[in-house]
Design a protein around this ligand. Structure first.
Ligand code: GTP
Ligand code: MG
Length: 202
């Protein structure tokens, strides 16, 4: 898919104030620092569209970006960042949950996982919740430039095996590097496929 236009629309902490025009949206979630904002910049080809930082906890609001005047990419705050303290973490997960579990326009949630790590309890529990609440999601393993292909294949296979312990079917799985623009076409094609289905074009 060709990204002709990508523009920031609005940031807020109240899902009710998010755009209400019904256009389909695709959101990015995962632990702080996993690479959500960087991925949005890589997909849109605009380095400074979403704010990134090497310090975790950068994104603290729900951020809507409109693409080609047709659909939205949504940058969400990361979950589980220790420095926010218990109160801070609860506030952030309140914002995330209010958005995720009440957002009709959410066509797909991309759950980002750091490809270098073993399955983490916090991510597995988060994914479990998505199933319980019927949120459509897929998985993106991020930062694949940081490990060898062999190790990546091993980690992805290990993760899939772990998910199959509780899921009957695996969600779509992608791999990305924002550093080397890897995974861009696959992720954008997937979004296009869903957009076409929603528009009744397929
Ligand atoms: P929060 O907003 O704090 O939740 O973080 P985030 O998930 O939006 O992460 P962000 O995109 O800000 O990236 C965090 C750090 O990881 C930054 O220093 C990025 O440059 C780095 N990073 C993100 N993606 C990649 C990648 O694919 N490869 C490498 N090597 N570094 C990456
Ligand atoms: Mg961010």
């Amino acid at each position: 898919m060709n990204i002709k236009k990508a523009e920031f629309v609005i940031s807020n902490t109240d899902p009710k104030k998010c755009p209400q025009d019904g256009r389909p949206e695709y959101a990015f979630i995962g632990r702080s620092n996993v690479g959500k904002s960087s991925l949005i910049n890589m997909l849109t080809g605009k380095k400074k569209l979403a704010m990134t930082s090497s310090t975790p906890g950068k994104t603290q609001m729900i951020n809507h970006f409109i693409i080609n005047d047709e659909w939205y990419l949504v940058d969400l705050p990361g979950y589980g960042y220790a420095q926010h303290g218990k109160k801070g973490r609860e506030k952030i997960s309140g914002i995330i949950n209010a958005y995720l579990f009440g957002r009709e326009a959410l066509s797909n949630l991309f759950v980002l996982l750091d490809c270098r790590l073993e399955p983490q309890k916090i991510d597995l529990e988060f994914i479990e919740q998505l199933g319980e609440n019927g949120v459509p999601f897929s998985i993106i393993f991020t930062k694949i430039d940081k490990i060898s292909n062999g190790k990546l294949n091993e980690n992805v296979a290990g993760y899939k095996a772990r998910l199959m312990e509780t899921w009957e079917e695996l969600p779509p799985v992608f791999c990305s590097s924002s550093e080397y623009k890897k995974g861009r076409e696959e992720i954008l094609d997937y979004i296009e496929k869903i957009n076409n289905l929603l528009n009744g074009n397929e």
